[in-house]
Design a protein around this ligand. Structure first.
Ligand SMILES: [Zn+2]
Length: 309
């Protein structure tokens, strides 16, 4: 078994006396090769990515590979502690403030530390995201020519915006190709999405020559260009008719996806329907959830403009 080196990089002293640190793991393979960075927990309500990083590092402590694996499993420890997307201390979204600022707000100081102490150790990156506490998601972003994103092995690749201030956008700008995966979330099909994330990492390692053999990709992959968020206009209980086993499926135009009912009067307040012909399901919520107007209910893609690869 190899030894995993662990570095603890101090970021800042918090008023509660806790020292905020980056905990970075490094595993070296038997031969020279690329340095692949794995980062989880940029959003604190996405623990599946953190667990995926842990599973990968645990497996490769006992398995040969070429190059190095550098892992930052919990990029935003305070957001993870509170299971929130944003840092609770300053309410900032870490994934919109890269490259950060050493003299800025806490989230900016954290981003700066990640850029100073983690990013320079990586030649390539995988940034693991999920759907948050109540939603499940299944796709990978396609932000460059896409060799690594395709190799990762999701059925859906989204050629979408690369958000200003996101870690992937910044890393790519510094010459570090980055795969941003969106896998799992909520509590639906955890084992399936953990396996998919680990397999995706192995696939990227194969594409980079860190492991032998071709990537294990699904027979059918499609690139979607047009994706939309469906948000409820009414708050109440949302009863979804599609669960996470349906992700990636196409449903007909106007098919009912969910109803919002009043938990007080029991009346139906709203029905949400598939907007495209056909509509590809990309993000779904848990079957019964509280919603407020404007929450994420679904992410769907236009199947008519999708291309098969
Ligand atoms: Zn995220």
């Amino acid at each position: 078994m190899k030894t995993c080196e662990v570095d603890r990089i101090p970021v800042a002293e918090i008023a509660n006396g806790h020292r905020l640190e980056l905990v970075i793991h490094r595993l070296s393979g038997a031969n020279e090769g690329p340095r692949l960075g794995l980062i989880g927990g940029i959003h604190g309500d996405e623990p599946l990515g953190i667990e995926t990083v842990r599973l990968v590092m645990t497996a490769f402590a006992e398995e040969e590979f070429k190059g190095e694996l550098i892992a930052l499993p919990v990029a935003n420890p305070y957001a993870f502690q509170s299971l929130t997307r944003n840092t609770p201390i300053d309410m900032n979204n870490l994934n919109r403030v890269f490259p950060g600022d050493p003299d800025g707000m806490l989230t900016e100081q954290l981003a700066y530390a990640i850029c100073e102490h983690f990013l320079p150790r990586c030649d390539y990156l995988i940034d693991f995201h999920s759907g948050g506490n109540l939603a499940t998601v299944d796709y990978v972003y396609l932000h460059d020519e896409g060799t690594l994103a395709k190799a990762f092995g999701c059925e859906i690749l989204f050629r979408g915006p690369s958000y200003e201030g996101s870690f992937g956008n910044y890393a790519r700008g510094t010459g570090v190709p980055t795969v941003v995966s969106e896998l799992g979330g909520g509590q639906q099909r955890n084992e399936y999405f953990l396996e998919k994330g680990v397999r995706g990492t192995r696939n990227v390692m194969k594409a980079l020559g860190m492991l032998d053999g071709p990537p294990d990709v699904p027979p059918r992959q499609q690139i979607v260009e047009e994706m939309t968020l469906i948000r409820p206009h009414q708050g109440g209980l949302m009863l979804s008719t599609v669960d996470a086993t349906r992700l990636g499926e196409s449903v007909p135009h106007r098919a009912e996806l969910a109803r919002v009912v009043s938990p007080y009067t029991f009346e139906e307040l709203e029905s949400m329907a598939a907007p495209f012909d056909p509509t590809v399901l990309v993000l779904v919520r848990e079957p019964v959830t509280k919603v407020d107007p404007g929450d994420y209910a679904f992410i769907v893609a236009n199947g008519a403009t999708a291309t098969q690869i």
